[in-house]
Every structure is written in C-alpha cells, then in structure tokens.
Design a protein around this ligand. Sequence first.
Ligand SMILES: N[C@@H](CCC(=O)N[C@@H](CS)C(=O)NCC(=O)O)C(=O)O
Length: 212
Amino acid sequence: MLTVWGRATSSNVQAVMWTIAELGLAHTRHDLGLAYGGLDTPEYRSMNPNGLVPTVQDGEGPPMWESAAIVRYLAATYGDEGFWPRDPAARVQLDMWAEWIKTTFAPHFGGRVFWPLMGRPAGGPDAFPAAVEGLKPLARMLSERIGAGPYLAGEKLSFADMIIGAQLYRYYTLDFDRADTPALDAYYARLSARPAYRQHAMVSYETLRIAT
Ligand SMILES: N[C@@H](CCC(=O)N[C@@H](CS)C(=O)NCC(=O)O)C(=O)O
C-alpha cells in the first residue's frame, strides 16, 4: 500500500497520482499543503525536510520526496518494460525529456506564465509577454519530439509521459497565446482520453487563484 501526502491541486502530486493510477497501485492520499497546511510539523519535516508536497511511502519503506524521483521509483518497481525500459540506453532517450520538462519547461511555464495568470506576477510589465514568447520555442521543441507519437516512447505509455503530461492540463486550459504545435495538441488530446489522466491530472486550479 502506498501512502501519498499532498493536495490534489499540486501538479507534482498529479504526476505521482497519475502514475499510481496508470499502474493500478493501491494507495491512500492525505491532503496537505497550501490551505490544508501540515507541511511545517516535525512529523512531516522528518519525512520531507524540504517541506513540500508530494511525499510518498511504499508500505513501511523510507519516505520519498521529489515527484520525478517518485515517478521513477514507481515505474522501476511496478512498471513493465514499456513503462520503464530496463536498458539504460533506451531509457535515457525518454528520461532526458522528463528531466528537461522538470528543469526547463516547467519552471518557465509554472513560474513565469501559470502563476502570473493566477494573480502572482513575476517581474515588471514586460515580463509576462516575454515569458509567453519564450515558451513558444520550448513547446515547439516538445511537439517535434512527440511527432506522431502516440506517446513519447512511441506506442507505449512510459514514466516520461507522466512527468511531461502533468504540465499540459494547465498549459492547454489557461488563456494565453500558445505556439502552433499540432503534434503536442494531438498528444494532449490522447492523454485527455485516458481515465487516469482525467481523474488525476485534469484537476481545477481555481482554488490557487489569488484574488486581485
Ligand atoms: N521539485 C519538487 C517541487 C515540489 C513543490 O514545489 N511542491 C509544491 C506544490 S506543486 C508545494 O509543496 N507547495 C507548497 C504547498 O503546497 O503548500 C517536486 O517535484 O516534488
């Protein structure tokens, strides 16, 4: 049994929950973070000294944090060869995109586009238009890599889709000027047709909006 600590409105929790659902793993989840609080207690900090969500425990095992590391753990432990290629040379071709999403796309999109649209500006008046323009080549790059797909690895859904796809509900449902990326659009449409994605990644972010 997996135990997950973290609110369903966190995109990092969503990546983990979507993975758990795709793999069909038994779990319980406790709401923590933002309005729920609970991140500063000694008990939580002893599991996750970073004081963020998600945190996951597999049975009586040691607590895990950092969502992408957790997704990789779940994929390596419970995924089949398609979900987690055992050959490092095959896996790195997916993992480099998962890492790029976490270190390049997500900080740009989250910090400079998503949160400003939620009422938390980042920088001066030119910052938002510049961020929107700067996101376009990143989206085009991802779209070209996805190509005909249907998934990042081709026919099989993999751990890397969990890390990439968790960004896309927000990306496609917010009101801003997106790049023309037909392959990425089609990929998002395919993800949106998956029940596990709909349940865990297509979660309203309206409670995150800061009244201005
Ligand atoms: N790199 C970390 C980032 C974790 C993170 O920033 N979590 C956010 C939610 S997405 C958080 O805990 N925010 C504080 C809160 O929810 O109260 C991961 O991928 O797990």
